[in-house]
Design a protein around this ligand. Sequence first.
Ligand code: THU
Length: 136
Amino acid sequence: MKEEVIKLLITEADKARKYAYAPYSNFLVGAALVVPSGRIFTGCNVENSSYGLTNCAERTAVFKAISEGQRHIDAIAIVGGPLAGEMEYAYPCGACRQVLAEFLPESGDIDIIVAKSLEDYKKFKLSELLPKSFSL
Ligand code: THU
């Protein structure tokens, strides 16, 4: 994934983080993914008073993309941290990793960028974070 696209994804994820609905954890997360056409979809975490119903930022972005006709994801950036405090490397949870694995691109792998800022980020392949994933 080009540096330029990575920076764009981080910027968009940070913008989406502003919409995070996280009154229970006060941990705000934004995500932005890019599909093969170059279109970008964003998401934030959406919590619920029945805690288990919370949806992570990554899955919000994935479901937005899939529900608008997309079937492949090239890369996703995640930006997260507490409402008051330093940004953290917000690694996607196991559920989000498995959901991402459903929508691999032709290259066969998804780039995952966990970012504290435009200059401070780490890049992984989904296959590194979720080896031997389940598929039918
Ligand atoms: N969360 C995400 O949205 N993505 C992650 O990668 C990790 C966790 C959310 C879920 C919950 O709203 C809050 O962060 C604390 O777990």
